[in-house]
Design a protein around this ligand. Sequence first.
Ligand code: PA5
Length: 490
Amino acid sequence: MRDIKFDFNNMLSFNIGEKHGVTADELQQISETVTTARQHLRKLIDTALNRTNIGLEWANLPFQDKKDIQEIQFLGEQIACDYKNVLFLGIGGSYLGLKAAQDALCPPYYNEFSSLRKGTPRIYFEGNNLDPETINAVLANLKPSETFVVVISKSGETTETKVALETVERWLKQGVGEKYGRQILAITDPESGALRSKVNQAQAANPLSFRSLPLIKGVGGRYSELNMGLLHLAIIGVKIEEVLAGAKAMAEKCAAESIYENPAYMYAVLQHILYKNKNKSIAVTMPFSEGLKATADWYAQLLAESLGKKYEREISVTAQGFENWDHNKQQVVNVGRTPVACRGTNDLHSIQQNNVEGENNKTVTFIRVENFSSDVKLPPGDNFLSGKSYSELIKLAQEATEWSLVKEQRPNCTIIIPEVSPYSWGELIFFFEMATAFEGELLNVNAYDQPGVEGYKKYMYYKLDKPGISKDIAREIEKYPIWKKDEFIF
Ligand code: PA5
């Protein structure tokens, strides 16, 4: 198997100058911080209780039990045999990893053409928005008897997923009758949450109803593709073991102590230096591949929710040597690079203008695919494009985009993947997860929580009179009203 590679030439000062590139001195200056961060992250990953308490169990997902994986593979293949459509309900980490895998590992236009699906079902994603039009459209056009539903929610409490499930349940019940629960499988926390209670109740009444798969304790939503996303992989006909083998290879690489042998750590260190010392606060991810755009979207969530934080982390250690993390509320830091997901060559005619000539406040991460699964050669002739192939042109366009950035002293780096296979994709997502975890260490923030997401939820629950809303929340909402003056709306 050929592994993915990380090319960081264009992040360095010898290519883009000292004002915007990382210098040897800067790498030297940060080396002690890097050693401390590396030792700390290693200690967390090596301690089971720290992993589960803090949310680092994702680091162990590439090493999952083969028997469990085979069972999920078998279940997914069974569902794929029995149903023409599978509808996945979930949002955030319970959706973006699946969508990334779908677009990367299934052929383009997968849903449209049976010749491309090769017997696997059409896949639909809902519950990732409160837009009534998409769910209406999908339910108006799918047949309940031909549709299996997988609902994914770690907490089991997320509004978008909850309302989607209720809507879909009603639709299924109307379509197939009282036994509709046989067509639903839930992936949720093994013990807690409203979805788990629902599963337990339905199972008690009928063991064939609301089957479920547990989420592994200590794996947060956005780090959970290699857990909650596995059934989806099996349904679309991907061999889960191949994805895990790629992730495992990357995990082993990322155990290296030296940043010169550890691609994820090097990525994080360079981004961190450029962010802190040279104001590169925008993180543009630009795969030159249509199928990897959704992986860039997935990384956008990973980066934004993990590192975009108001407070630094405050660590306390128990008498037994385990860590507890809190927020240091003494000081607001408001840190985190802002992700932008785009793709080449499409966005060369859009966002790239700003990348090259706008504020020099960003880094661009390219993902370059060396071999495409199919190609098109242009007819022979006498113009400069004659006889060229699409894959040749897209790779040249990527190289040309690097050049245009380097010429303007814009930092950029390239993740080179030999081909978009389950193995390489497994490597790629683990690379980004490890890089994000390490960047979190360098920033000293909790990369596994997302307290900022609670704001909108609190407001909605308050307005919807959700039972049990605390008086503190009500007071907070009343204390910070939004003023809507008519003269400022026209
Ligand atoms: O990364 C996260 O934890 C979040 O993005 C969650 O995945 C998202 O909010 C959905 O949560 P849940 O799976 O509990 O419905």
